[in-house]
Write a protein that binds this ligand. Structure first.
Ligand code: G6P
Length: 614
């Protein structure tokens, strides 16, 4: 959460920073701000709300300067207002800082500083860090980089920070621990810093991802210098970015979410690349190949995640158990880590995360690692924290996901899990050859089938128009369609603010059935498969209570069509692959309802995409 951008070089900093902040707004949009190195002073502008508010506010102000730092905030300490917005600055405005993360011991540090006579303007933990650096600088006479290093030694918590000083105008100091920070190395000694590579990509492809407790000293026109918090100099590892600019632009779609929904045939295909070959009967995930034996022989396999990624874990549980006969437990990362879990060396913990930065997932992995477990990751963002701390893993290759509500990342996660389950099943001899071959062929044509489902867009728009004013909605599914029901309900909640619940269809009679009346839309996944007849009975139960039924059915279905108010057909596929198709109509439905209700689709209220706080 929170996005940070900074620039130092020959060009004007303001446009680079503002453009970068807009790209990072998915990380939070409670307020934004910018600090620019002026003529012997730092100009700081901050405004509640989105970056466009900041642009309007600064229209007639001095926005010149070739060094600057900017921030877009998801509020943690202190309400979202102008004062609590970043950058924060020292009492005399000589220092300015941007921060993503949380300083956990800020209260005790604040008390120390208050006793020295400092007065604070904001309620934030970040301002405390700024004052601490300033205090060290003034008391020791140390330069900025050294003062930052000494201050960070006193800090408990997570941070990605960039600091500038009026007294050292050709320098920026940056550091990170547990929150991401990338440094782009431009031509002619220009440097770009950001929480992810999207603000950097159009200027340079040469980047350095800072590691935990690394401090970067960045001087205009000079080389990037890296130090550990122990002051030992390190050699920067420069990487070439593989990201392309088109991937982070809307490409003619009205919203990123709609673009990302429509990208799914391609993102699933990208996920297969080099991993799946049905005609040769081959499936292989290079990243985790050497861990397969360990997974098969593990004492326990635990999947951990948050949000939508947690739903992907639930699908993974069905796939691993049914196809590979490997027992899996699924845990919310936030619960797992505080439960003193019993973990040992023979356990495997697999984390699933689009961003690779979710604080709870990261902390849960660290805990599992400290207890000797093997930790694996399934992440979308290359170079992210989770992908770096895990022993091994697989990327989902879905490309940048910018809409806050996850869509293509979810189907890519489910695709990786399907590939993994099939590879493990084969290795373990848990699947017979004809079933294995049929599944590989079925999987290979999923992108075309996703495309067919996307063609139901106007049908979903019509259904959306019928239920846009609902106050509640129920989503039902069984087997691996139960997580699809949960995900469908989450999408509706997230972007249209309609209360929705996902339930295993059979559980409906143990409570939610009491809510059903003629006002209640009930979305049911009723595709052909093991539980079809049972789900049909559940639909009858809803119908008997006058609930409105919208059912996702297999092409050619006649039975459900007779009872449901609306049916949406999806192409026939193996039961295990249904989640990859059945999810799509729900994504489209939520999208259209949110648009009809005039909600902010890409940046829903109170949410952020990369949740770097616990
Ligand atoms: C936030 C996002 C969700 C996401 C969840 C987990 O809540 O809004 O879309 O599913 O975090 O994020 P991760 O990056 O770990 O998948």
């Amino acid at each position: 959460m929170c996005g940070i951008v900074a620039y130092i070089g020959q060009k004007e900093a303001y446009p680079i920073i503002v453009k970068g902040l807009k790209r990072l707004e998915y990380r939070g949009y409670d307020s934004s701000g910018i600090a620019l190195q002026g003529n012997n002073s730092i100009n700081i502008y901050k405004k509640q709300g989105k970056v466009v508010n900041l642009e309007e506010f600064t229209e007639n102000l001095d926005r010149s300067g070739t060094v600057g730092i900017g921030h877009t905030r998801w509020a943690t300490h202190g309400e979202p207002n102008d004062v609590n917005a970043h950058p924060h600055y020292s009492e005399d405005k000589d220092l300015a800082i941007i921060h993503n993360g949380i300083i956990e011991n800020y209260d005790s540090l604040k008390h120390q500083l208050l006793s020295k006579g400092y007065t604070f303007r904001s309620e934030t933990d970040t301002e405390v860090l700024c004052y601490l650096i300033d205090d060290i600088r003034k008391n020791t006479g140390a330069k900025l980089g050294e003062s930052v290093r000494m201050a960070l030694q006193q800090v408990v918590g997570a941070y990605a920070i960039v600091i500038m000083s009026k007294d050292e105008p050709n320098k920026l100091i940056a550091a990170r621990k547990s929150s991401p920070l990338v440094v782009g190395i431009g031509k002619e000694g220009d440097f770009y810093l950001a929480s992810d590579a999207t603000p950097i990509i159009e200027y340079t492809k040469q980047v350095v991802y800072l590691a935990d407790e690394e401090i970067a000293v960045i001087k205009r026109g000079s080389e990037l210098k890296l130090y550990g918090i122990d002051d030992v100099e390190k050699t920067p590892y420069i990487q070439e970015l593989e990201l392309h600019l088109e991937a982070i632009e809307k490409g003619g779609y009205e919203h990123f979410m709609l673009k990302e929904i429509h990208e799914q045939p391609r993102s699933i295909e990208d996920c297969f690349r080099g991993r799946l070959n049905a005609s040769e009967g081959r499936v292989s995930l290079g990243g985790i190949k050497e861990y397969e034996e360990k997974i098969i022989n593990a004492n326990r396999v635990i999947m951990i995640a948050c949000g939508t990624s947690w739903h992907a874990c639930l699908v993974g549980e069905y796939l691993f158990e049914d196809l590979a006969r490997i027992n899996v437990e699924v845990e919310y990362a936030s619960e797992f880590r505080y439960r003193n879990p019993i973990i040992g060396e023979n356990d495997i913990v697999i984390a699933i995360s689009q961003s690779g930065e979710t604080a709870d997932t990261l902390a849960a992995l660290e805990l599992a690692k400290s207890k000797g477990a093997t930790i694996l990751g399934i992440c979308n963002v290359v170079g992210s924290s989770i992908s770096r701390i895990t022993d091994a893993g697989s990327y989902t290759h879905a490309g940048p996901e910018i809409g806050v509500a996850s869509t293509k990342a979810f189907t890519a996660q489910v695709t990786v899990l399907t590939l993994m389950a099939l590879s493990l099943a084969k290795q373990k001899n848990a699947i017979n050859e004809s079933k294995y071959r049929a599944m590989l062929s079925g999987l290979e044509v999923i992108p075309q089938k996703v495309q067919q489902v996307l063609e139901k867009n106007s049908e979903m728009e019509f259904i959306a128009s019928q239920y846009q004013s609902a106050s509640n909605a129920l989503y039902l599914g069984r087997g691996s369609s139960f997580p699809v029901a949960l995900e469908g309900a989450l999408k509706l909640k997230e972007i249209s603010y309609i209360h929705a619940e996902g339930y295993p269809a059979a559980e409906m009679k143990h409570g939610p059935i009491a809510l059903i009346d003629e006002e209640m839309p009930v979305f049911v996944i009723a595709t052909k498969g093991t539980s079809y007849e049972k789900v049909v009975s559940n639909i009858q139960e809803v119908k008997a209570r006058k609930g409105k039924i919208i059912a996702i059915v297999t092409e050619g279905d006649t039975q459900v069509k007779e009872i449901a108010d609306h049916t949406v057909e999806i192409p026939e596929t193996d039961e295990h692959l249904v989640p990859l198709l059945a999810t799509i109509p729900f994504q489209l439905l939520s999208y259209h309802i949110a648009v009809m209700r005039e909600c902010n689709v890409d940046q829903p209220r109170n949410l952020a995409k990369s949740v770097t706080v616990e």
